[in-house]
Design a protein around this ligand. Structure first.
Ligand SMILES: Cc1cc2nc3c(=O)[nH]c(=O)nc-3n(C[C@H](O)[C@H](O)[C@H](O)COP(=O)(O)OP(=O)(O)OC[C@H]3O[C@@H](n4cnc5c(N)ncnc54)[C@H](O)[C@@H]3O)c2cc1C
Length: 332
């Protein structure tokens, strides 16, 4: 078990914020997770790779991280993965072994444990459709638990681990169901099809789809190793139909997505762009020039710098559209 005090979290968050924690503990086996779960006292923070995290100050408590590794093949194209495995390495493993299902989720930063908390998704795929079960240790008792996909109550980037189960479990393993049926692949989403056509590929293999998804993502999104960021910073707001129709009359080109008879979703990135923020900076924090939903650390930004930019953007969007947008990123 790795256990240190007064530890820098710089290598543990993709925004590249140099905040410290009082103690950092890491479990590499289920037994170690049980030990930590029994002795953990508040305040504590569970983290994966910190790619959906903004640290605004030093954390005066214990940060807990899983380093449980391993991808174990099981029967019928199932795999059981340690929560500390890098998600994209699991996708690469699946593709190398001829399994379909995970390739559209290529290059999403973060670890296996968080995939089951966040219900990561991209290019028409969501990890909830692959998850069979989540294995965890209950904090306080050290009890081993196995949750089915249904029990995790997955929704859009959402799960029970973000609500009533928040900070209650240390995830140790996740079991995913892949398939060797290549007719299950998703190619009609975003610009996947046009990129495949450009490459002259009609029936892509999982490896070819992975390459295409990686190429599209690398073009659109900043690499956290080069420019600190946490992916999409804000959630896309869902507004009432009445509000939506009033806005559409004012902005006929506004993109929107049907939710239900009473609600419509509006892309926050479009609104931020309309407010003139795309590519702009406020001090050392900025808005990515290719995707206005992504806030970036232009170098040496503190968590407070990013929060100041976030608040200014929220203010401007509220002034222009009368809509409140909220961060998707965990702000600590
Ligand atoms: C460039 C970039 C692009 C991105 N693109 C996408 C995308 O396309 N789709 C998408 O869905 N997300 C995307 N994200 C967001 C991010 O990658 C995901 O939210 C990812 O799942 C976070 O993983 P993590 O390991 O970094 O978790 P963290 O950010 O460290 O933690 C996320 C949550 O999981 C909990 N957690 C983590 N590990 C455990 C564990 N072992 N036990 C219990 N709880 C745990 C934490 O408490 C926290 O609530 C992107 C981020 C970046 C930087």
């Amino acid at each position: 078990m790795f256990n240190v005090t007064d530890y820098s979290l710089l290598a543990h968050n993709t925004f590249g914020i140099d905040a410290k924690c009082g103690r950092f503990v890491e479990y590499s086996t289920v037994e170690e997770a049980c030990k930590i779960a029994c002795m953990l006292v508040e305040p504590y923070l569970l983290i994966g790779a910190g790619s959906n995290l903004l640290l605004t100050q030093d954390f005066d408590g214990t940060v807990v991280h899983s380093s449980i590794k391993g991808v174990e093949p099981q029967q019928n194209s199932r795999i059981r993965c340690g929560s500390g495995e890098i998600w994209d390495e699991v996708v690469a493993w699946c593709v190398d072994h001829g399994y379909y299902g995970a390739e559209n989720l290529s290059l999403i930063p973060g670890e296996v444990g968080a995939s089951a908390v966040q219900n990561i998704g991209a290019y028409g795929a969501e990890v909830k459709d692959l998850i069979v079960s989540v294995e965890a240790v209950e904090i306080g008792t050290g009890k081993l638990c196995v949750f089915s996909r249904e029990e995790c109550q997955y929704g859009y980037r959402d799960s029970r681990f973000k609500h009533e189960w928040k900070n209650k479990y240390l995830i140790t393993h996740v079991v995913y169901q892949l398939t060797n049926d290549d007719s299950k692949k998703t190619t009609e989403y975003g610009n996947i099809r046009s990129e495949l056509e450009r490459r002259g590929i009609e029936h892509p293999t999982a490896a070819e789809l992975r390459e295409v998804v990686i190429a599209i993502r690398e073009f659109k999104l900043p690499d956290p190793k080069e420019m600190g960021n946490a992916g999409s910073f804000f959630m896309n707001p869902v507004v009432s139909r009445e509000r939506f129709e009033a806005l559409l009359a004012q902005y006929p080109d506004m993109p929107h997505y049907y939710i239900d008879a009473d609600h419509e979703k509006i892309p926050a990135g479009w609104m931020i762009d309309q407010c003139g923020w795309k590519g702009r900076s406020l001090g050392r924090a900025g808005v990515h020039d290719k995707q206005a939903l992504v806030l970036v650390n232009r170098g040496g930004a503190t968590g407070a710098d990013i929060v100041a930019l976030c608040q200014q953007i929220q203010h401007d969007v509220r002034e222009k559209f009368g809509i409140d947008i909220h961060p998707e990123v965990n702000i600590i």
